[in-house]
Design a protein around this ligand. Structure first.
Ligand SMILES: Cc1cc2nc3c(=O)[nH]c(=O)nc-3n(C[C@H](O)[C@H](O)[C@H](O)COP(=O)(O)O)c2cc1C
Length: 335
């Protein structure tokens, strides 16, 4: 392990590279986590799972916490507002293989906040503390928390929640440096991430708007965080994580693959999704992923539109393979 950049230590786990694939609902299922981890993620996080749904043994929730095996260690993220139910759900996910249980105090989606879950918990720091204590007491693995700054710009409670988290035995904190009310608007304010790092003794993971490898390293060093978390920018571009890993190792990042190679990887992703989930599930799911892969070359927008309408994996494969052939023919002409 290079000295240049120490591992992110969460409890007894030494995580290297100290780069985490963000939990993304509807996106970071076991297939994507397993496919993206080797690019340079030391840790991946499941989609958030409702503790209430887990309590009732919902089939969909059990699928969401399922692991591939190759992507370990895995952090399983839970949301809810009831300490007892959160504690029970934590035991379920731990029994199902979670290496870390992560508590979601960040989701701003109305369907979650209207039940006082996700970022709505930040409106009641006592409740946050009760949830953290209940979950920490329920499992024998590290418990972490992912949160936003607060509910709105006038109620930044992240430092208060962080101090209570540390006292409750939480082993690491991730801060997405926006308020719940901001959703994804404005810019993540990394000065708050630096303030959090300065305020607590447990590891801090910085999150928000990391889209470029060198910039990510600068923000990591300036804020002093122990790890970083990448979300939207890696969708269709897992090579961002490889670039960051190279910089952490003190080497120059390899050039990012050209469009034809990116599309080949997209087809591989497609094939694995169909194999693992069946065509009926994979085809609609893959539309959003292809939307990310099919960018940055002449004709990408038209291809994106066409694959949004294809109904079978075979039709999509033909479209994408045709584009790969065209891109390669054009490259030969240009050479
Ligand atoms: C489609 C999507 C789904 C998300 N789902 C979750 C989730 O389940 N749990 C969570 O804590 N954050 C979730 N987030 C927030 C991300 O984990 C991350 O905090 C946010 O996107 C900011 O990081 P970024 O700028 O690198 O994307 C989601 C974000 C997106 C775009």
């Amino acid at each position: 392990m290079p000295d240049l950049s120490p591992a992110l230590r969460i409890g007894a786990l030494a995580i290297w590279p100290p780069v985490v694939l963000a939990p993304m609902s509807g996106v970071t299922n076991r297939t994507l986590r397993a496919l993206y981890k080797p690019f340079g993620f030391g840790l991946t996080v499941t989609e958030f799972v409702s503790s209430n749904a887990l309590q009732y043994g919902s089939k969909r929730s059990m699928e969401m916490i399922d692991q591939h095996g190759v992507e370990k260690p895995v952090s399983t993220q839970l949301w809810g507002n009831d300490p007892k139910i959160m504690a029970y759900a934590a035991q379920v996910v731990r029994e199902c293989g979670a290496d870390i249980v992560d508590i979601n105090f960040g989701c701003p989606a109305p369907k979650v906040t209207k039940t006082e879950g996700g970022s709505a918990c930040l409106r009641d720091v006592e409740r946050c503390e009760a949830i953290m204590r209940a979950v920490v007491g329920a499992v024998d693995c590290p418990v972490t928390v992912k949160m936003r700054l607060g509910w709105n710009e006038n109620t930044h409670v992240y430092l208060e929640v962080a101090k209570r988290a540390e006292a409750a035995g939480v082993r690491a904190l991730t801060l997405h440096a926006r308020t719940a009310k901001q959703f994804y608007k404005g810019e993540a304010d990394w000065s708050h991430i630096a303030a959090l790092k300065a305020a607590v003794g447990i590891p801090v993971i910085g999150n928000g708007d990391l889209g470029d490898a060198r910039d990510a390293l600068v923000r990591m060093r300036r804020s002093g965080v122990d790890g970083i978390m990448l979300g939207r920018a890696v969708l269709g571009n897992p090579w961002l994580a490889s670039g960051i890993r190279s910089l952490l190792e003190g080497t120059e990042p390899a050039p990012v693959p050209g469009p034809a190679d990116r599309l080949r990887f997209a087809l591989h992703h497609y094939r694995v999704m169909v194999e693992e989930w069946g065509e009926a599930h994979a085809v609609p799911q893959m539309r959003k992923h292809l939307g990310h892969y099919l960018k940055g070359f002449a004709g990408a927008a038209e291809l994106r539109e066409r694959v949004m309408r294809t109904l079978t994996a075979e039709a999509t494969r033909r479209e994408v393979e045709g584009t790969i052939a065209r891109l390669e023919a054009n490259a030969m002409v240009a050479a």
